[in-house]
Design a protein around this ligand. Structure first.
Ligand code: FAD
Length: 350
């Protein structure tokens, strides 16, 4: 396809879209404000290649993740790796759905799992209703950086912040330079986007496992619970708590960024305490096995609504495309939508 395309943002979405459009023959130009790619949400998250187990309450997100996982492991086989013991645990008292319902939702969604018998449950888990062993992977961000930088060499403009986009009769101007199409892949940080969404500053905590071998990935579901998930670095895990990870809810990206700038050391210390307490409700010996390493601060852009929708949406408006990211493995959904739009536009169907 003979089109000059600007992609704003070199996160997972911008890089994957860049690869796809490059393969289609487009002249791809990725603008990234930072000095490296995958430097914001894409490089600072829980690094879970979702399969849908997180989303018992949202069918669309669950199905996008289930399908995205299959496509991701096929398309990028070196950018994630399996976790030998990856457990989703439904606790007896705090889950929004009971274990039988949870298992039924996953089973009827066609997501593969192994149900553990009671005598196979880890003995250190407390008040458990049921446990599934799953195939979710952990994402390898350093490998991903290398991969995309090599494949997209010459197409990425680092340290280049976009300040304005403007439509003209023949195309779209990005800071004055003309393109046939522009894709906003900044997860809502370029302009206030046309989605009912909010910005949630977040705190995850990195911990070092002090024991032998590998500690399992443990995700308590469903609802305001917590999880311990490995990273690509040996022995380093993230602790996340749906109750304590969010640091507020803001209407604009600027306000959310300001909140992170104001986050103090005293606040961090009290967060470490409450997040550890939270996980110890379910894994009482957490502090005996893990030592705190450092915080991870970031911003999630989330759709408003009560149904836990974390799926991906794409909006198009006369050569301008805006991507609202879902999970990382839903990049394929965005790519399909973008590709359909460009082809229809170029063939005069729009
Ligand atoms: C705490 C947390 C945990 C998460 N855990 C998971 C998980 O385990 N698994 C999962 O699949 N997803 C997870 N997510 C969601 C995941 O991180 C996002 O879906 C994904 O990273 C979004 O990718 P993106 O490319 O759209 O956005 P980003 O990674 O944010 O990339 C946008 C890029 O745009 C650039 N940019 C912004 N403005 C401009 C500008 N004006 N000019 C030029 N460049 C600009 C930024 O610098 C950035 O590099 C988590 C998110 C958070 C915050």
């Amino acid at each position: 396809m003979d089109a000059k395309v600007a992609i704003i943002g070199a996160g997972w979405y911008g890089c994957h879209l860049g690869m796809m459009l490059d393969a289609m023959g487009c002249d791809v130009n990725i603008f990234e404000k930072n000095s490296d790619i995958l430097g914001e949400a894409s490089g600072n998250n829980q690094f879970r290649l979702h399969l849908g187990f997180h989303y018992a309450r949202h069918n669309r997100t669950r199905i996008q993740s289930r399908d995205g996982y299959a496509r991701f492991t096929e398309r990028y086989p070196t950018l994630s790796k399996p976790i030998s013991n990856n457990l989703y645990v439904v606790p007896k008292y705090d889950s929004l759905v009971d274990f039988d319902t949870y298992r039924l939702i996953m089973f009827s969604s066609g997501i593969h799992f192994q149900e553990l018998r009671k005598n196979e449950w880890p003995e250190y888990l407390k008040d458990v209703d049921g446990v599934l062993k799953v195939d979710e992977h952990v994402l390898l961000i350093e490998e991903a950086r290398k991969h995309f930088k090599q494949k997209l060499e010459g197409s990425i403009r680092l340290n280049t912040k976009v300040n304005s986009t403007e439509k003209t009769d023949e195309g779209v101007l990005v800071d004055g330079e003309k393109f046939d199409f522009v894709i906003d892949a900044t997860w809502g940080h370029l302009t206030d986007i046309d989605y009912d969404c909010f910005y949630e500053p977040t705190l995850l905590l990195y911990y070092r496992y002090m024991g032998e071998g590998e500690y399992p990935a443990i995700t308590m579901v469903d609802g305001p619970l917590c999880s311990i998930y490995p990273t690509e670095k040996k022995g380093i895990y993230t602790l996340s708590s749906v109750k304590h990870t969010p640091l507020g809810k803001y209407d604009t990206s600027a306000e959310a960024k300001q909140r992170l700038r104001e986050f103090s050391n005293a606040e961090l210390q009290s967060k470490i305490e409450v997040m550890q307490k939270h996980v110890e409700q379910f894994v009482p010996d957490f502090s005996d096995n893990f030592e705190y390493v450092s915080p991870q601060l970031n911003i999630k852009t989330k759709l408003l609504g009560e149904h836990d929708d974390r799926s991906c949406y794409v909006k198009t408006d006369d050569r301008m495309i805006s991507v609202f990211s879902g999970k990382i493995d839903t990049i394929f959904f965005a790519a399909q939508k973008v590709c359909d739009y460009l082809e229809r536009y170029v063939h005069g169907e729009i």
